[in-house]
Ligand binder design. Structure first.
Ligand SMILES: [Zn+2]
Length: 223
């Protein structure tokens, strides 16, 4: 196995990570991005952003390929300190191919208030599969945090991590990033709407019909 076996996947992760930073969803080296690697005759692996490397200086070859024990298979740096969160999601969600975790501003407001974002807009049901729930608190980097976030995710595409940030999952990297962009937007909208005292979620019937589109697109069982 050469040291550049997965360079195209590492490049793809680095590009999305730099984009995530460029649009302001993270700063310095906070947050992280990963891509599932599932190949025949290989244990399950992931390509993930490294620990402590600022995005302005992130190179394609800085992305780490590691197994689910977090042993490095390819790359020179240590995998993200939040890698267990990614492993936990890949283990519990077969439909997920990529994960983006942000410390974005408005998402973090929800992480502080602990308030679930109800389904306020059609695109939330279609693209996220329902409301954005908030996980119970757990210490960063732990399996407990991964478990709590998976519980908050359910079969939806995004969740708020209590006192921490947000996570979005997708079939590919672009979809996972778009989920985080949408979470940030609806967190902002929810905060603004709450100030007016007029938060009007969609009806249960509409949410059910629109989230069926989400489940169909992602190959999830219909409810
Ligand atoms: Zn984080």
């Amino acid at each position: 196995m050469t040291k550049t076996h997965w360079i195209s996947k590492r490049t793809a992760v680095a590009q999305i990570a730099r984009e995530m930073a460029a649009i302001g969803l993270v700063s310095a080296s906070s947050g992280n991005v990963s891509l599932r690697i599932a190949e025949p005759d290989s244990p399950p692996l992931l390509a993930i952003t490294p620990m402590g490397k600022p995005y302005h200086d992130l190179k394609d070859e800085d992305i780490v390929v590691c197994d689910y024990e977090l042993d490095t298979i390819e790359g020179e740096l240590a995998p993200s300190s939040e890698s267990l969160l990614h492993v936990g999601i890949y283990t519990r969600r077969a439909d997920v191919g990529a994960i983006v975790h942000t410390h974005a501003l408005h998402s973090s407001v929800m992480a502080v208030t602990g308030e679930e974002i109800p389904v306020l807009l059609d695109e939330m049901a279609v693209s996220l599969g329902g409301p954005v729930k908030v996980s119970d608190y757990a210490f960063p980097g732990t399996e407990e945090l991964a478990d709590n976030v998976c519980d908050a995710l359910g079969d939806r595409a995004g969740a708020i991590i209590r006192s921490h940030g947000a996570v979005g999952v997708g079939r590919d990297l672009r979809e996972a990033l778009n989920v985080c962009i949408l979470i940030e937007r609806v967190a902002h909208i929810f905060t603004m709407a709450s100030l007016t005292g007029k938060v009007n979620p969609l009806s249960e019937d509409t949410i059910e019909r629109e989230s069926a589109v989400y489940r169909m697109r992602r190959g999830l069982p219909t409810q």
